[in-house]
Design a protein around this ligand. Structure first.
Ligand code: 5AD
Ligand code: FES
Length: 349
């Protein structure tokens, strides 16, 4: 006779995989962690069936840390007077792309705070220059909430993908993490607009943020099921010392990894990064993420002199390395766990 616990477990995971849905009770059981290993194996199986052992790389260019917003968790919030602000100009950004291209990157991610210096006109010119110089590359934007017309203009200019984490799909929780001037309604509308325009879209949330519960995570997962994004970015919340949430506890590697596996079962084809925050909370966090269903890593291509200044959270890794060192290190880490980095655009399958 097989163990009752084992049988129960198989049926939960089977059910989640078959229905591509999860109940609050099932979520709660999986977050308990007892079935972590079986869940992990199933997520890896699903991931390998679709993407094999390939790991896609995205070159992250953190081009401005100016931000007009004041999110309670984020180190580049406008009220933080203790960080040195910077912007990389167009020539500097193109130089990052050229170095990235040489190193094998075929996707660039322009990420920044909501910086009004970068008007739509400047952004469209920048997007045009990148796509003209690197026509076989995908360009991803991660520059926050804009109106529909702006999103359309960037898309016309050549942007392919857009990352905008929803942060939490629960209204009260959203208000606990953001000042009143920001709303979940607007966030969701932005994501819908992006999808309607034709971008490959990424949503996501922090794991273990203050006020998060099984209920709010359940809502996050239901929101992801409805939106059907091409990418989902999740990473542990890590307190930043100059923010209102400085004294809160960080999210854990285990819980992040469990959620990566669950997301892989709910959205089998999703592009799922093992994030820098996961590598920060645990020295082998990114490897653990890849071994739980993640299939993307996003090394930093920003110039070394600005890296420490893009301080969303404390103790961020990879701030001292050159891009080439970072990718060499990551390549070795990925190969050590039996996967391999591929140098193509890595589009959604
Ligand atoms: N800890 C972890 N992740 C953070 N982010 C912002 N601040 C923090 C923090 N303190 C994440 C947010 C944002 C992404 C760019 O970085 O989810 O969407
Ligand atoms: Fe950046 Fe290892 S991945 S130094």
């Amino acid at each position: 006779m097989t163990s009752v616990l084992g049988d129960d477990f198989i049926s939960i995971v089977d059910e989640i995989e078959r229905n591509r849905n999860i109940s609050k009770e099932q979520l709660s059981q999986l977050l308990d962690g007892h079935e972590a290993e079986e869940l992990r194996q199933r997520a890896v199986f699903v991931r390998e069936k679709i993407y094999g052992k390939n790991v896609y790389i995205r070159g992250l260019i953190e081009f401005t840390n100016y931000c007009k917003n004041n999110c309670y968790y984020c180190g580049i919030r406008r009220n933080n007077k203790n960080i040195a602000r910077y912007r990389i100009n167009e020539a500097g950004i193109l130089a990052c792309c050229a170095e990235g291209y040489r190193l094998g990157f075929r996707t660039f991610v322009l990420q920044g705070g909501e910086d009004e210096y970068f008007t739509d006109e400047r952004l469209c010119r920048l997007i045009g220059s990148i796509k003209a110089g690197f026509s076989d590359c995908a360009l991803t934007l991660s520059i926050g909430e804009k109106n529909r017309e702006s999103y359309e203009a960037y898309f016309q200019a050549g942007a392919d993908r857009y990352l905008l984490r929803h942060e939490t799909a629960d209204d009260d929780h959203y208000r606990r993490l953001h000042p009143a001037e920001l709303s979940l309604t607007n966030r969701k509308e932005c994501l819908q607009n992006l999808k309607d325009i034709g971008y490959q879209v990424g949503a996501g949330f922090m794991v273990g943020s203050p006020g998060q519960s099984v209920d709010t995570i359940y809502e996050d997962l239901q929101f992801l099921r409805e939106l059907q994004p091409h990418m989902v970015g999740i990473g542990p919340f890590i307190p930043q010392h100059d923010t209102p949430l400085a004294q809160e506890t960080a999210g854990t590697c285990n819980m992040t990894v469990t959620l990566l596996s669950i997301i892989r079962l709910l959205l089998p084809h999703v592009l799922l990064p093992a994030t820098t925050a996961l590598g920060t909370i645990d020295p082998t966090g990114r490897e653990k993420g890849l071994l739980a269903g993640a299939n993307v890593v996003m090394p930093n291509l920003s110039p070394r002199d600005v890296r420490g200044k893009y301080a969303l959270y404390d103790k961020k890794i990879c701030t001292g390395e050159e891009a080439a060192e970072c990718i060499a290190c990551l390549k070795k880490r990925v190969e050590n766990i039996g996967y391999s980095i591929v140098c193509d655009r890595g589009d959604y399958k």
